[in-house]
Design a protein around this ligand. Structure first.
Ligand SMILES: Nc1ncnc2c1ncn2[C@@H]1O[C@H](COP(=O)(O)OP(=O)(O)OP(=O)(O)O)[C@@H](O)[C@H]1O
Ligand SMILES: [Mg+2]
Length: 299
């Protein structure tokens, strides 16, 4: 483990209950990792660092940090969430303070929803009681049964204490494909207007995403109080990736696997991926999701 990582992990650990550290340092290792490895998502980087800066610099945050990642498949949502917890918690996703939920694994049966609500509430309450600096990741929110997630509402707000414990140091991350269509539409509109995809207005994207997930019964946030009560601090839009981003993903993957960076492989993998819209073929339909498996055909 490098020096930087130890320093930042220490800063995080020192902020746990029982330590009197006044400030938690911003994990600049994360900033570098995002800059080096995350392709084509400067807004994600910007939103994430802003959110963490405000939250981690406060010895007593006003409320838990609630982030919601939206975007179509393969744009880096799961990738960024695991990078984030890797920098904040020793052991990353394997840390006892990081709790990862996936509806198909943890809440598979609609008929048990009441039991799931009870279990989820108890799980969060119990874990926040033992460690206030915990993270809860809800992946594939669009597969979550409508109404289930609202059970965690009391933990997301600014209340000093809920059930006798201070829950304002926790981090909650929702991850979802819902809203992806709206982001892609907005990005396409910019492209048609000969403007850069990164010129997308965060404010417009946020309101389009909030509206879309609130009105969609298959978003996990259908008519949710979490949206209505504005409990999400940062809605983070993941933009669709262009061909040159896919190429960068191929290069990154080759380097990471210790393979030779062959231009023919980079080109062929990028060419083999489907792009939309049908006619112009500008944005990757699967982001960088299938890059790693496609590379394996060449070696
Ligand atoms: N923006 C990106 N920069 C670099 N690599 C990326 C990016 N997006 C995706 N990847 C690569 O593709 C893989 C799959 O991405 P990831 O699992 O994060 O997609 P996702 O947005 O969570 O998709 P889904 O909605 O299908 O779950 C990652 O492990 C990473 O290797
Ligand atoms: Mg994912």
């Amino acid at each position: 483990m490098n020096f930087l990582k130890i320093r930042f992990l220490n800063a995080w650990v020192l902020s746990m209950p029982g330590f009197s550290q006044r400030h938690v340092e911003l994990p600049s290792g994360l900033e570098c990792d995002l800059a080096l490895s995350l392709v084509g998502q400067p807004l994600v980087r910007q939103q994430l660092m802003k959110g963490l800066q405000q939250f981690l610099h406060s010895p007593s945050p006003a409320k838990p940090l609630v982030l919601s990642f939206h975007g179509s498949t393969g744009t880096g949502k799961t990738y960024v969430s695991s990078m984030l917890v890797r920098h904040l918690f020793q052991g990353g996703l394997g840390s006892p303070y990081v709790h990862h939920f996936s509806p198909v694994v943890h809440f598979p049966h609609a008929e048990h929803i009441e039991q799931y609500k009870e279990n989820l509430k108890r799980w969060i309450q119990g874990n926040l009681t033992s460690c206030g600096r915990s993270a809860f990741l809800f992946d594939e929110m669009d597969k979550m049964h409508p109404g289930l997630i609202d059970v965690i509402m009391p933990f997301l707000g600014p209340s000093w204490v809920v059930y006798g414990t201070n829950y304002r140091k926790a981090i909650f991350i929702f991850i979802s494909n819902a809203g992806g269509e709206q982001i892609n539409e907005m990005t396409l509109d910019l492209w048609r207007a000969h403007r850069d995809r990164e010129e997308i207005s965060l404010q417009d994207a946020e309101s389009a995403i909030s509206k879309a997930v609130f009105e969609n019964p298959q978003s996990g946030f259908w008519k949710s109080g979490i949206i209505n009560e504005h409990l999400i601090d940062f809605i983070v839009p993941f933009l669709p990736l262009k061909r040159h981003h896919v190429k960068q993903c191929v290069v990154n993957e080759l380097v990471q696997q210790g393979l030779e960076v062959r231009q023919d492989v980079v080109q062929e993998v990028a060419d083999s991926i489907p792009y939309f819209p049908e006619e112009e073929k500008i944005f990757s339909s699967t982001g960088c999701k299938t890059v790693a498996s496609r590379i394996s055909f060449f070696f």
